[in-house]
Design a protein around this ligand. Sequence first.
Ligand SMILES: Cc1cc2nc3c(=O)[nH]c(=O)nc-3n(C[C@H](O)[C@H](O)[C@H](O)COP(=O)(O)OP(=O)(O)OC[C@H]3O[C@@H](n4cnc5c(N)ncnc54)[C@H](O)[C@@H]3O)c2cc1C
Length: 398
Amino acid sequence: MSKVKNELLYPDFTNTEIAFKNKSDKDLRETKKLFQLMNNGQLVDIGSGLAKFALKLKLPFVQPIMKRTIFKQFCGGVNLMDCQDVIDHLHANQTLTVLDYGAEAKTAEEDLDAAAEELFSAVEFAASNNSVPVVVSKLTALVDNNLLIKKQHKHPLSDAETTLYNKFLKRITDACARAYELGVSIFIDAEESWMQDAMDDIVSDLMKTFNQDKVTVYNTYQMYRHDKLEQLRSDYLNAHTGGYKIGAKLVRGAYMDKERERAKEKGYPSPIQPDKASTDRDYNEALLFCLDRYEEIAFCNATHNLESVELLVSEIIKRKIPRDHPHVNFCQLQGMSDYITFNLAQAKFNVAKYVVYGPVRDVVEYLIRRAEENTAVTGEMSRELKLISSEAKRRRLG
Ligand SMILES: Cc1cc2nc3c(=O)[nH]c(=O)nc-3n(C[C@H](O)[C@H](O)[C@H](O)COP(=O)(O)OP(=O)(O)OC[C@H]3O[C@@H](n4cnc5c(N)ncnc54)[C@H](O)[C@@H]3O)c2cc1C
């Protein structure tokens, strides 16, 4: 049962009826089957390898199977138009959509131009759609990543490389300018540390230009890095003295194993926190840092961690901050943690789903990351599977 606090409902995160109210019994059974399969780590390892291999060989049956199962669970569609059903469905449940074109890094200039065009189209699509306030950009999809690495290490670029790099800067600047003009925001994703400093410099410049009177550009802060809380503080000070606003998407970080392995292999100190507790501590401190300055920092609590969600919920209520203040937001990935999203929405907090879209072969890496995240570490049921099973039981579906 929900408790009434400050006249508005306090979200009840144990309410699986609200979490899964949009799933028919048939959908719920199918979702349960999928999460049961993903629960098995060995199966996910084998399945991931096979899927990549089969897509490379262009085996005809693979894409349709993926599309009906894992793609349907975690993605919005193969293109923008195809996402409309998911957007409408979220809107009907008081949930906003953040659109994310899921193609991973490429190097050919025509692919980079195509990714920039897709971003531009997504901005325009969002502007015409009341419940899509934000689109996502991965800077690594707009430039040959070797150039970012060179920039990060302050290695000089040749004339030809400088031309390509300037083309990249124009791609992202034009998209932000269009977003500013149309009142859409852009979340810039955080990626691997060996390119992140170079990307942070670019995002800081974009914030200076486009966050003067409103927040158009958001950087992403990965709190599994031991230096990111400090960076958030110094970015805020720079913005405060520079007269512009900070947009901050807070995440824990997705590339921990890769980061640690690379640091070990190349013999430099790992940029990752020593343990999970340190990541959690900095994450929650970053949340409170942003909330303390919410008039100047627009932020997004992008997490599936219930403790971090409840921390922000209780602080918003305690401080009597309007739940619909445009600077205070929550976000989860499509297909995950519906118990958080829809219970937050029911209690009138600003909440959105990150909806990834794109051709199946282009989003396969993203789908594999989602499958890996949903395997059980200790042989028990994953968190999602437990919730789905408890709703199936409530409905007496067996
Ligand atoms: C809307 C949204 C947008 C996102 N955008 C990005 C993005 O732009 N860039 C990005 O990198 N990720 C992004 N992510 C993924 C995110 O970084 C996490 O990988 C994922 O959300 C799991 O973390 P959590 O906060 O949900 O909670 P939890 O499940 O509580 O935390 C798991 C996370 O804790 C950290 N962790 C786990 N073990 C340890 C350890 N031993 N030592 C130190 N840290 C540890 C890792 O970051 C791990 O992913 C996004 C997630 C969401 C929901």
